[in-house]
Design a protein around this ligand. Structure first.
Ligand SMILES: O=C1O[C@H](COP(=O)(O)O)[C@@H](O)[C@H](O)[C@H]1O
Length: 244
């Protein structure tokens, strides 16, 4: 489903309400809430809202477990780190235990850490397939999501849940949940805004199937639901949309 908002503030408010509702429902059903956060600029407002009243008090933080959908392989103090942004805007401001937070970065080589992170997911989900209650995602102007970039081998991955690889055009390692991992989530929410995303959004949602070029097309949950929260600028080239 695609929902179109007049402003990023309205879009972020909807995202925060979905976050709170998912957390409360998951805790009611299973006693805990497991979320994968996204990086980039799109979730910043959402994280800031979540860190404030009234939302801060509505999330059962003591039963919340935070993973990431992807990461730039940089130190956690580096401004390019997706985890740093989430700590600065949200996680340092809410009563969540450090033992519930799993940043995608470690001392090992990135490929070795990907195996460690996969193991961490296995442990968390009791050996079963990782089924996040909520996965938050953004989409780049080029149609990438998480660190699933156009033309990369990770797009073909069918077995591994986590992969690290060197992204030549950015001269850095990336680590990411793979599409098969993300697609097992109960709920997937994309946040996408700005005119620069309009073409990719149209191709991803209404274009021919071409995930090599528009990797966000790979996100099709097996049992869960996908929601696209977009603003009018990003939605300007879409034919089918529901305006809020
Ligand atoms: O590289 C990344 O970019 C995407 C999109 O970022 P945005 O700034 O356009 O919102 C993001 O979803 C991903 O987590 C990040 O690593």
């Amino acid at each position: 489903m695609i929902q179109v908002f007049k402003s990023t503030a309205a879009l972020s408010k909807e995202a925060v309400e979905i976050f709170v509702q998912s957390a409360q429902e998951a805790v009611q059903e299973n006693g805990r809430f497991t979320v994968a956060l996204t990086g980039g600029s799109s979730p910043e407002q959402l994280y800031k809202l979540l860190a404030q009243a009234p939302y801060r008090e509505l999330v059962p933080w003591d039963k919340t477990y935070v993973f990431w959908g992807d990461e730039r392989w940089v130190n956690l103090t580096d401004d390019r780190s997706n985890a740093k942004m989430a700590f600065d805007t949200l996680l340092h401001h809410v009563p969540i235990s450090k033992s519930h937070i799993f940043p995608m970065y470690g001392e090992q080589a990135p490929e070795d850490f990907a195996l460690v992170y996969e193991k961490r997911l296995q442990n968390h989900f009791g050996g079963a397939a990782p089924r996040f209650d909520l996965v938050l995602l953004g989409m780049g102007d080029d149609g990438h999501t998480a660190s699933l970039f156009p033309g990369t081998a990770v797009l073909q991955e069918k077995e591994q849940m986590v992969q690290a690889y060197y992204l030549e055009p950015q001269s850095m390692y990336r680590i990411t949940l793979t599409a098969p991992c993300i697609n097992q989530a109960k709920k997937i929410v994309f946040m996408t805004y700005g005119e620069k995303k309009a073409k990719a959004l149209r191709e991803v949602l209404e274009g021919e199937r071409n995930p090599e070029q528009y990797p966000a097309q790979l996100i099709q949950p097996t049992q869960g639901e996908t929601l696209w929260l977009v603003d009018e600028a990003a939605a300007s080239l879409l034919k089918d949309k529901v305006s809020e």
